[in-house]
Design a protein around this ligand. Structure first.
Ligand code: 3HC
Length: 294
């Protein structure tokens, strides 16, 4: 199958990045949001990011204009109908994702691939809301999408080999490096990253070091681009909390359990915010501001 048009569901932090790299790689791309103001915000973040690349000389002004020319925003599911692949990056809520997949399954052509950018929910559980169980995968991108090279390509027990190969080729065509993984919560990266981030909070809790020293330790001692607390702020505490809870649910292992002081840090009770939680706009203040007493 030759992918001629790409659909992206959600134009938040991840969706906008995915739409940007797709249009930048030459694909006609349509990105769908639930309302015009969300769409406007997402599209303007794409313009800003492309502007930075022009400033740095990574792309030319013409390339920026061509990329934007290939990109179309919409609030209608119908505009995804003729896409060859739809990448979903909406709120991490299984019920909402299942409803969305059930809707687009009737609209998007049967041969199209559905790919979820979920970081921790089960691909299999989303897949069962559709009839295309052989063409349903995970494609997990990393933040910031325009800069991070990795994409995790996730197959389920019913994904066809041909579709997985297609997805690997497609990810590479976006300028990314794909790795293959299976449908286990957290896939490769979050399985290793989330316990690390939670351990940083436990280390803080036990007085092993200050926020600054733990961050400095991992940056200068291990060469990580960001220390764990900076990364927690970057990923978002709510997102990390949410992923950790899903992973704990799946594995029942202590390393995924949220640290005791997570309540001191005022992590929101995610369930109370359902279903409209939007991690990109409801972020709590940076962890630094809330750790002074610890
Ligand atoms: N588009 C275009 N340019 C961007 C950009 C974007 N979206 N985001 C940042 N930049 C630019 C900055 O403007 C800056 O430009 P400059 O050199 O002209 O100032 C340049 O990129 C470098 O940024 P910074 O100087 O701010 O900082 P760094 O050199 O440290 O690079 C980084 C930024 C690439 C984010 C680096 O710090 C990094 O790799 N951090 C780790 C990120 C990470 O771990 N991401 C994964 C998170 S986990 C995840 O996503 C999974 C999920 O499921 C939780």
């Amino acid at each position: 199958m030759v992918i001629k048009k790409v659909g992206v569901l959600g134009c938040g932090l991840m969706g906008s990045g995915i739409a940007q790299v797709s249009a930048g790689a030459g694909y006609s791309t349509v990105v769908k949001e639930i309302a015009d103001d969300f769409l406007k915000k997402g599209l303007s973040s794409i313009e800003k990011s492309l502007g930075k690349f022009v400033e740095k000389g990574t792309i030319t002004r013409d390339q920026r204009a061509e990329t934007l020319g290939r990109l179309k925003g919409t609030t209608k599911f119908e505009d995804l109908g003729d896409c060859y692949i739809v990448i979903e990056a909406i709120t991490e809520n299984l019920q909402l994702k299942r409803e969305t997949y059930a809707t687009i399954d009737k609209i998007v052509k049967p041969l199209a691939i559905f790919a979820s950018n979920t970081s921790s929910l089960a691909i299999t559980e989303m897949m069962t809301a559709t009839k295309r169980v052989d063409r349903f995968i995970g494609m997990h991108f990393f933040n910031p999408v325009p800069l991070m090279k990795l994409v995790e390509v996730v197959g389920t027990i019913t994904t066809s080999k041909e579709i997985l190969d297609e997805a690997m080729k497609f990810a590479a065509s976006l300028g990314k490096v794909p790795i293959r993984t299976s449908d286990r919560s957290g896939f490769v990266v979050n399985r290793l990253l989330v316990p690390y981030l939670l351990d940083a909070i436990r280390a803080l809790e036990e007085g092993v070091g200050s926020v600054e020293d733990i961050d400095r330790g991992m940056r200068l001692g291990c060469g990580y681009p960001m220390g764990p607390f900076t990364l927690l702020d970057f990923v978002g505490l709510e997102t990390t909390y949410y992923i950790a809870n899903i992973m704990f649910e799946e594995f029942r292992e202590k390393r995924f359990a949220r640290p005791r002081c997570s309540n001191v840090l005022c992590w929101p009770v995610i369930t109370e915010k359902k279903p409209a939680v939007d991690f990109t706009t409801t972020r709590t203040p940076p962890i630094r501001n809330r750790c002074i007493k610890l």
